[in-house]
Design a protein around this ligand. Structure first.
Ligand code: DX5
Ligand code: ZN
Length: 217
């Protein structure tokens, strides 16, 4: 299991150092939550901030766009140093054009599905994706409760990816994940877990990441 700490729960007055701290703690990806106050009822930060903190780690930047018109901003997030860009199937941009734009910049593309969206919505795009991100909370805020009823969606996605022969497709889950439930996600077929609160509120993030990984063995 790969762990992607969500920086949404970090001390933003020390953003760069927080990223370096997560790197040392054994994070596999840095999960960066971009919210526009329109697609979701919260505002975080944009591409210039990502550009500033890029130098604090060599680990991949996994940029989760919770914005209404992602296509308009792909160049900005590409220039800022994103390695993976995921955006929501529920957004207003043309989905195929946005995937193509991300890939044309040499960046890995992913689609995200909100809890109310069925897995089938992303089936037509799977062959073009590096990753599908299944939200296990309503997007917008950290610290919410994990929705266990999203687990069958993960299994459905894995089953369809296998049917299409897409053995390399990564499935990521995001929201309310910690030591107490990560094994359920591993069993359902998740490859990458985002963890905000459970890593940042831990006394020892390295220990928290390690024990989450151990639970999945
Ligand atoms: C929610 C974000 C998540 C969130 C996860 O909209 O996409 O990445 O920060 O935080 P926790 O792990 O606290 O639910
Ligand atoms: Zn996220």
């Amino acid at each position: 299991m790969l762990i992607a700490p969500s920086l949404l729960s970090c001390d933003f007055s020390r953003f760069g150092e927080e990223i370096a701290r997560m790197d040392k703690a054994g994070a596999d990806f840095m999960h960066l939550d971009i919210m526009d106050g329109h697609f979701v009822p919260n505002i975080t930060f944009g591409a210039p901030v990502i550009k500033w903190v890029r130098k604090y780690t060599d680990k991949p930047f996994d940029v989760h766009l919770m914005i209404s018109d992602p296509l308009k901003y792909i160049d900005d997030f590409a220039d800022a140093g994103s390695d993976i860009i995921t955006f929501h199937i529920e957004c207003d941009s043309d989905i195929q054009k946005t995937i193509d734009k991300i890939k044309s910049r040499g960046i890995k593309a992913g689609l995200v599905i909100k809890p109310g969206t069925p897995a089938e919505a992303v089936f037509p795009y799977l062959k073009d994706l590096y990753m599908v991100l299944v939200m296990t909370v309503e997007p917008g805020f950290g610290g919410q409760s994990f929705m266990a009823d999203m687990l069958p969606k993960v299994a459905e996605l894995r089953c369809e990816a296998d049917r299409q022969g897409l053995t390399d497709l990564l499935i990521e889950a995001d929201g309310g994940i910690g030591e107490q439930n990560i094994k359920l996600l591993a069993d359902a077929g998740v490859d990458v877990c985002v963890a905000g609160t459970s890593v940042f509120k831990a006394d020892d993030p390295k220990k928290a990441i390690n024990s989450m990984k151990k639970k999945c063995e």
